[in-house]
Ligand binder design. Structure first.
Ligand SMILES: Nc1nc2c(ncn2[C@@H]2O[C@H](COP(=O)(O)OP(=O)(O)O)[C@@H](O)[C@H]2O)c(=O)[nH]1
Ligand SMILES: [Mg+2]
Length: 352
């Protein structure tokens, strides 16, 4: 995961405290002007390095997989630190990048101040040197103060992003969509042997479910996104829309579950409308309509008919509605895998 290993971001106070106490220690080892010089060099090095390290820990957002970039946008959009300055240009990721470049500036600036003031103390008497060194420390502390908000923003971004679930954009992915209670979770659980991880996203109160299944030695990711692809777009807020946008980069195939028995509590018309919207939203990604609960009804035009809970009992049999043969969940999975048409470039061992 791109953001998992980001180190803790120090606060402005921590940075300054650490730099000045290291400088004091360095100063104690020497005498007179040399002590002041050594303090200046240590403080400026520690500040410049620590600030540069914060920036260096982040991936280049231009190089980031579009799924992660859009996901980061959604996640940061829901963090307090990022919706304060609505007058700012661009999105939350841009705001983060601006903060990171402020930190780079502060790193360069503290380095420069160190050099500048080291030049100034040279040849002075110890008392004058001490005064100049103190001035330098005050200016370095001012520089760090100036980026206090940027440090806080970067810290908040790190907190929000590092807890993202382990969804891998490079693994072929089947996204499961459809109204609540149509059988999505039951399906993901059934085909992934209940090895489903529930991951908390900051932008939805419901966890995102990620399961894995191996087919013909390739590992596929199944993603069930309660709260995102289970109701009309008009009911989503900006952040949820952003999250759906991230999903469009992730998905290699979408299974839209519908429940013609309507025991889910939603009229079939509305379910099909959602299906059409999802199909439109996902562009070129294959979108298959899966009619579930075939034990109750198959009265809808769909690509596949299954019963998640009665799979063993009725798969392969003809439903009550003439001409409709109920497929097994394995066949459905195989159809999704065919639709993806993924050709691994190297022989894969399935599990990784
Ligand atoms: N009769 C019947 N019930 C099903 C079938 N598939 C799922 N259900 C039931 O439908 C309800 C909702 O299923 P769930 O997987 O939680 O739906 P989700 O909200 O789309 O994730 C549960 O009570 C399931 O047991 C099916 O094929 N036949
Ligand atoms: Mg569910």
């Amino acid at each position: 995961m791109e953001f998992e290993s980001l180190p803790t971001t120090p606060t402005a106070e921590e940075l300054v405290d650490q730099a000045f106490s290291r400088a004091a220690r360095a100063g104690r080892a020497k005498h007179g002007v040399e002590a002041q010089e050594s303090m200046l060099q240590t403080a400026s090095n520690v500040l410049a390095d620590n600030l540069a390290n914060v920036v260096r820990a982040w991936p280049d957002f231009d190089e980031l997989d579009p799924f992660y970039r859009e996901l980061a946008e959604a996640v940061l959009g829901s963090a307090d630190e990022f919706h304060v300055d609505e007058e700012a240009e661009g999105g939350s990721v841009d705001a983060l990048r601006r903060s990171l470049s402020e930190l780079s500036w502060a790193s360069r600036k503290t380095k420069e101040l160190g050099r500048e003031y080291q030049g100034r103390v040279r040849g002075k008497d110890p008392d004058a040197a001490r005064k100049i060194r103190k001035q330098a420390f005050a200016r370095m502390a001012d520089v760090v103060d100036e980026v206090e908000g940027d440090l806080a923003r970067v810290a908040a971004a790190r907190e929000a992003l590092r807890r993202l679930p382990d969804i891998r954009p490079d693994v072929p992915t089947i996204v499961v969509a459809g109204y609540p209670n149509v059988g999505k979770s039951s399906f993901v659980n059934a085909v992934t042997n209940a090895r489903v991880e529930v991951a908390e996203y900051p932008f939805t109160t419901k966890g995102v479910h990620v399961g894995h299944v191996a087919q013909r030695h390739v590992r596929y990711q199944l993603v069930d996104t309660p709260g995102l692809l289970d109701r009309p777009e008009s009911e989503r807020n900006d952040i949820e829309r952003q999250a759906v946008s991230a999903l469009t980069h992730l998905a290699d195939c979408v299974l839209v579950f519908v429940d013609p028995s309507e025991t889910c509590g939603y009229p079939l018309d509305a379910q099909l409308e959602l299906r059409d919207r999802v199909a439109g939203r996902f562009g070129d990604v294959p979108v298959l309509t899966v009619s579930n609960k075939a034990d109750l009804s198959t009265e809808v035009d769909a690509d596949h008919y299954v019963s998640v809970t009665e799979d063993e009992a009725i798969a392969g049999k003809e439903s009550a509605d003439e001409g409709v043969v109920v497929e097994s969940l394995d066949d459905l999975l195989a159809a999704a895998v065919d639709a993806i048409g993924y050709e691994p470039e190297l022989p894969s061992r399935g599990e990784k």
